[in-house]
Design a protein around this ligand. Structure first.
Ligand code: CU
Length: 385
């Protein structure tokens, strides 16, 4: 009995350790100094003596935090169980309490249990984990695109959907710092994005590998030279959020922070207009044609679709009306494909009506199936006659 219990204990300890490492994710950054901001606005950054993650500002980060909490409780439960088993073994099976040990070597039931339970646990982790992974992977209907390029050692941002202006974002150094700026986290040009907007982020690197990471958004994507990586976020809280490059990229790696201002949609439009003026770009109307492959293209498409839906309905009505008018001339509808052979036998008024049915068919795409359906029974009835 001693050996099996030791085995189950060690295997569970290993499981607990591996789960512990799986739970680690983009932790907040350490350099935190004075932080004075407007009271309502969220200040997305690490704070002194803070435990756990920064408060989430996007649905992705909320889910990441939930996943983390789930794993944490699981790990605690497993660790406590293993601890209890080990304490029990130490007390119950030590030399004094158990002078004559059992010679048991195998216990099939126990072996099945300690194999299947970890499998069940791992599956219980894998399912929500993979689900979240795919959720994070790609934006479903991005409303705008933000392009991020990592340089040694600063970031460059482009707004292709707002006219295509772009700017560099450098760390603010010593003398440039103003009151309220956070040392080593403040930048000269902040990224500005609208709140409650799904934003696709395209990340690449111009020289070496960088990583664009924003802890409160649950975003961390490598910028690899010659490669375009994609991620997304939808900020649901107004405020200023701080992140840093998270891939060792050289001597200035620690000095290329990321600052995002999440503002209202109106403020964002005003800011974008201002940026366009500064860069001499006047192209708000060019938007859909150039780079927007997202929802803005989908919106205009929706109308023609609905219009198309109306026309078949209208055609159907026309068809019904026609059939009412023709009334007795049911067989006529069956005609198009079938008539020629019958022409010889029956030359009613069918021939006159057929052409109209044909043209109607060619006009309305939705028709043919119905016409064919009707064709069969009528044909059958004719045959019966
Ligand atoms: Cu870096």
């Amino acid at each position: 009995m001693k050996k099996p219990l030791m085995n189950i204990a060690s295997s569970l300890t290993f499981l607990a350790l591996s789960l512990g490492s799986a739970g680690a994710y983009a932790q907040g950054t350490g350099t935190a100094a004075a932080h004075a901001a407007a009271p309502e606005l969220m200040q997305g950054m690490a704070k002194p003596w803070e435990l756990n993650f920064q408060p989430p500002a996007t649905p992705v980060m909320e889910r990441l935090e939930d996943m983390h909490t789930f794993l944490l409780y699981l790990i605690i439960a497993i660790s406590l169980f293993v601890l209890a088993v080990m304490v029990y073994i130490c007390l119950r099976f030590n030399r004094r309490a158990n002078p004559v040990p059992s010679k048991t070597t195998h216990n099939i039931t126990l072996e099945i249990i300690w194999t299947t339970i970890p499998i069940i646990i791992l599956i219980a982790i894998a399912i929500p984990s993979l689900r979240l992974h795919y959720y994070m992977q790609r934006a479903v209907d991005p409303e705008m695109t933000l392009k991020v390029v990592g340089y040694q050692w600063y970031w460059h941002y482009d707004y292709p959907d707002q006219g295509g202006f772009g700017f560099d974002s450098y760390l603010k150094k010593g003398n440039d710092l103003k009151e309220g700026d956070i040392r080593l986290l403040a930048v000269d040009n902040r990224v500005v994005v609208p709140v409650d907007t799904t934003i696709r982020v395209l990340v690449t690197g111009a020289d070496v590998i960088h990583s664009w990471a924003m802890p409160a958004f649950g975003v961390k994507r490598d910028g690899v030279p010659g490669r375009l990586n994609e991620t997304w976020f939808k900020a649901e809280k107004l405020g200023t959020f701080y992140g840093q490059c998270s891939e060792l990229c050289g001597v200035g790696h620690g000095f290329m922070p990321i600052v995002i201002d999440v503002v209202s949609k109106d403020d964002f439009q005003a800011w974008a207009a201002k940026k366009r003026n500064e860069s001499g770009i006047a192209a708000p109307t060019d938007k859909p044609a150039t780079t927007t492959a997202g929802s803005k293209k989908i919106a205009p498409l929706a109308k023609p679709e609905s219009a198309e839906e109306k026309t078949p309905d209208a055609d159907m009505k026309d068809q019904k009306e026609r059939s009412k008018k023709t009334g007795e001339g049911k067989p006529s509808k069956a005609a198009p494909g079938v008539i020629p052979p019958e022409e010889g036998t029956r030359a009613k008024g069918t021939k006159d009506i057929d052409p109209t049915a044909k043209t109607g068919k060619s006009e309305a795409k939705a028709k043919p199936s119905k016409a064919d359906e009707k064709a069969k029974p009528t044909q059958g009835s004719e045959d019966n006659q």
